[in-house]
Design a binder for this molecule. Structure first.
Ligand SMILES: [Ca+2]
Length: 379
């Protein structure tokens, strides 16, 4: 019977005049495509659930990168689930809390690496403790990293709370926290092991690590984020189960953040944690490379053509920390490629995002004749 009806339909359809047949075919195609297009549009509008793992402590690009994430969230492009810190410094978590609070998101969970993490000095984390007239210059609740939860627990809770295959992780420091996550055992957040949890929940890992071009004549360049914790980065490269997009040292150094932006674009408030951290790290005029910022941009906007991607392959972290890429059609790794004609557009995006004001009200700059200005000028 079915075959009979199909045959009738076929013969009737074949007798229709060509223009009408064309119209029917096109209508069926369009009707069939609409739901797919709607679905894609809905997916692209959904904010990307994002975890930011940072060694915020040494260089100031981590600070600008965190500011970018807040601007992207304000624009509806992402949602910051948690920040985990891979540098062991007591003021790192309070400083992150201060930046998050500045952007109106002081409730974002913050986890710390704790014992065994890379220890380094900081030129700007002390901003978390600065007081003007007895009040915190950058208000925040977390007084010390010692009272913050461990990164592994924060990462597991954040991942477990999200839909499968949805989370983008951006790692812009040492691999300590993510390697520990892979090794983690079932807990109150999830019955899955760390590796299973990552495989189930994470969509991509966008990371700033390694070097995939000759750097100033050195074809065996050892990049800082990798060499400070080689075992963790080796574990990450070999075991992380999702696609990984590596922004190598060469990308950020080709995109120097313009000092004029620090001098002029952050003056919408008397004290700005991003600008003050930048100035404390190295006073302008100084165009700092945008290493960590590139991984945020790629993490949230992978399909906007800001960067090209290498063919798929595998990054092997060698014992000295060198990142060796080998093409492999089945590989999970790609590295970012910046063509010269892409650079102006990428840099413009980084500057506009890093300097975008919070969505809520901020206190305006003090006038020169304002008595408060003298107080605020104190270090
Ligand atoms: Ca960093």
């Amino acid at each position: 019977m079915v075959n009979d009806l199909t045959g009738v339909f076929r013969s009737s359809f074949a007798t229709l005049r060509c223009p009408l047949r064309y119209l029917i075919v096109m209508t069926l195609l369009v009707v069939g495509m609409v739901p797919i297009r709607c679905l894609n549009a809905a997916e692209s509008k959904r904010p990307v659930p994002l975890i930011f793992d940072t060694d915020i402590c040494g260089d100031c690009d981590d600070v600008l990168a965190l500011g970018m994430i807040h601007a992207l969230q304000t624009r509806g492009a992402c949602r910051l689930l948690a920040v985990t810190v891979s540098a062991d410094h007591e003021l790192a978590a309070p400083f992150v809390d201060a930046v998050n609070t500045f952007y109106g998101r002081g409730k974002v969970p913050i986890g710390v690496v704790g014992a065994g993490g890379v220890v380094s000095d900081s030129r700007y984390l002390a901003l978390a403790d600065v007081r003007d007239g007895g009040r915190q210059r950058f208000p925040h609740q977390l007084a010390s990293g010692k009272s913050a939860p461990g990164a592994t627990s924060v990462l597991r809770a954040a991942l477990a709370s999200q839909p499968d295959g949805s989370v983008v992780v951006v790692q812009v420091g040492f691999a300590t926290n993510l390697a520990r996550l892979l090794d983690s055992l079932p807990d109150e957040h999830s019955p899955l092991s760390g590796e299973e949890l990552v495989r189930k929940k994470v969509k991509r890992l966008s990371l700033m690590a390694g070097a995939f071009q000759t750097i100033e004549g050195n074809a065996h360049y050892l990049e800082y984020n990798v060499v400070k914790d080689v075992p963790s980065c080796r574990a990450l490269a070999s075991r992380w189960p999702t696609p990984m997009e590596w922004s190598g040292f060469e990308v950020g150094i080709a995109l120097p953040y313009p000092a004029v932006s620090i001098e002029r674009d952050f003056g919408y408030v008397t004290h700005h944690p991003l600008a003050e951290a930048y100035v404390r790290y190295i006073p302008p005029p100084h165009n700092r490379p945008t290493w960590d910022l590139t991984s945020v941009l790629q993490g949230v906007y992978p399909d906007r053509g800001y960067f090209d991607l290498s063919p798929p392959g595998s990054v092997v972290v060698e014992p000295d920390g060198f990142t060796r890429f080998t093409p492999d059609p089945a590989g999970r790794h790609r590295y970012l490629i910046l063509r010269p004609e892409q650079a102006p557009r990428v840099l413009e995006a980084l500057v506009q995002l890093a300097s975008q004001p919070p969505s809520g009200a901020v206190s305006p700059p003090a006038r020169p004749d304002d008595p408060g200005a003298a107080r605020s000028a104190s270090p």
